[in-house]
Design a protein around this ligand. Structure first.
Ligand SMILES: [Zn+2]
Length: 282
């Protein structure tokens, strides 16, 4: 699952963009388009435009005035998008390694772009809180794909359940760890090979949070609606702690559920066990 290792964020200074195109809402700056032939350029533009449209349909328009997309077309790849990462900077963007020979359909069916674009809706968090942002983007990627008809609701649920099972197995395999607190495992995720544990604990967190939003009849009933509101009013431009980020979500939803859940999750050493009632909130 190399593609889930996607957010090694780095700060870069943007210099020049080779092409720009305007979508319905947010402008896209394509960097590296000239490495492709004309037909490939058309395909890639359609893919990115579709991805952004789908993402904005679920999460609302991005507030930043443009999204830089760094294109790294590959000649040999075993899958349509073998690697991607968010590039943080004055304008947050996405770097995509992709097969230049994949069809438009294959590219649209791949989840990676939706995942990376979802990351643009939250600020960069500290490493110990990596589980929060990866969980959020993983849950949202599935909802974006479902809302745009790329996958069905049943398929989304199947993917989420399978992921949670992988998270559970990964946690079980690493049960010998001396320091198995989620915050600590997140900080050392690469060395520990604990990606499934970290990502899917975060997904469980946000599923549980959505259940609570509904139970408490909060102003926003879903994580997607809440993130949409957060993006339009309050997204921090600087790196911050998970606690700060969640306090903003609490403020917006007029609850304390995110901060409370965070206390329950950050030092837990087991994998969260969700009940059917939690999954029913999706
Ligand atoms: Zn990610």
């Amino acid at each position: 699952m190399k593609r889930v290792y996607c957010v090694l964020c780095m700060i870069i200074v943007f210099s020049q963009y080779s092409f720009a195109a305007r979508l319905g809402h947010t402008k896209v700056d394509f960097i590296g388009l000239s490495e492709l032939n004309e037909a490939q350029q058309t395909k890639v533009k359609s893919w990115i435009n579709h991805g952004l449209d789908a993402t904005e349909k679920t999460l609302g328009p991005l507030i930043q005035k443009a999204v830089p997309i760094y294109l790294k077309p590959q000649y040999f790849a075993f899958e349509p998008v073998p690697w991607a990462e968010v590039i943080r900077g004055e304008l947050d963007g996405v770097e995509l390694q992709f097969s230049r020979y994949s069809s438009l359909k294959q590219l649209k069916n791949d989840w990676t772009l939706y995942h990376e674009l979802a990351h643009l809706y939250h600020p960069l968090l500290d490493y110990k809180d990596f589980w929060l942002t990866e969980g959020l983007a993983t849950l949202l990627q599935n909802q974006i794909m479902k809302d745009s008809g790329i996958i069905t609701y049943d398929n989304m649920m199947m993917r989420l359940k399978a992921g949670l099972e992988r998270g559970q197995s990964n946690t079980y395999r690493l049960s010998h760890l001396q320091d198995a607190r989620l915050a600590s495992v997140s900080s050392n995720m690469w060395q520990l090979n604990a990606q499934q544990w970290v990502y899917w604990s975060g997904v469980a967190f946000f599923i549980e949070a959505q259940y609570q939003l509904k139970l408490q009849q909060a102003q926003y009933q879903t994580i997607a609606e809440l993130i949409k509101a957060y993006q339009s009013c309050c997204k921090a431009s600087e790196q911050q702690s998970g606690r700060q980020f969640l306090m903003e979500l609490d403020k917006l939803s007029k609850t304390a559920l995110f901060s409370n859940l965070y206390l329950k999750y950050k030092n837990r050493t087991d994998f969260p066990k969700l009940k059917q009632k939690h999954l029913n909130a999706l």
